[in-house]
Design a binder for this molecule. Structure first.
Ligand SMILES: [Zn+2]
Length: 151
């Protein structure tokens, strides 16, 4: 989705050391014909934090597959994130596993450990109350969310 051409699509290169390929079956929450759903290893202070990844070790996917993944994740999120009205799917700019296609989704808890990183990550925000979906791009200045505390 970035439009970058990956001359080095090292697909399959690090399959053996790939944590998503090696994931234990007990860590898989749900399975689909082309995808697996798991909880992320680090929750970063969120009540729920999920990861949907392709069953195969592929670095890049075609647009149609990405669309399928997002649709699937939106359905999954409506169940797993039912405790909040807003949650988001993040683009993998800070991904620790860049060679295996996946998307992380979490609530938008402002007290979470990675909230500042969330603001710097292009994300798709799902608002279940309004039934709306919108994209949010990184903002440079954090103003509204972190008002200086008066003491
Ligand atoms: Zn892999």
């Amino acid at each position: 989705m970035t439009g970058l051409t990956n001359a080095d699509t090292s697909q399959g290169d690090n399959r053996d050391g790939c944590p998503l390929c090696k994931i234990a079956q007990r860590e898989v929450l749900e399975e689909y014909p082309r995808w697996r759903l798991a909880r992320t290893k680090t929750m970063k202070g969120h009540r729920e934090r999920l990861m949907l990844f392709h069953r195969e070790h592929l670095k890049t996917l075609d647009e149609q597959s990405i669309g399928e993944a997002y649709l699937l994740l939106m359905g999954i999120g409506s169940r797993f994130f039912s405790y909040v009205t807003e949650w988001a799917i993040f683009e993998p700019v800070y991904a620790t596993v860049p060679n295996h296609w996946h998307r992380v989704a979490s609530d938008l808890d402002t007290k979470a450990d990675d909230y500042k990183q969330i603001l710097k990550t292009p994300r798709t925000i799902i608002d279940s109350e309004r039934g709306s979906i919108h994209r949010a791009d990184p903002i440079e200045q954090i103003t509204d969310e972190s008002k200086p505390k008066e003491s």
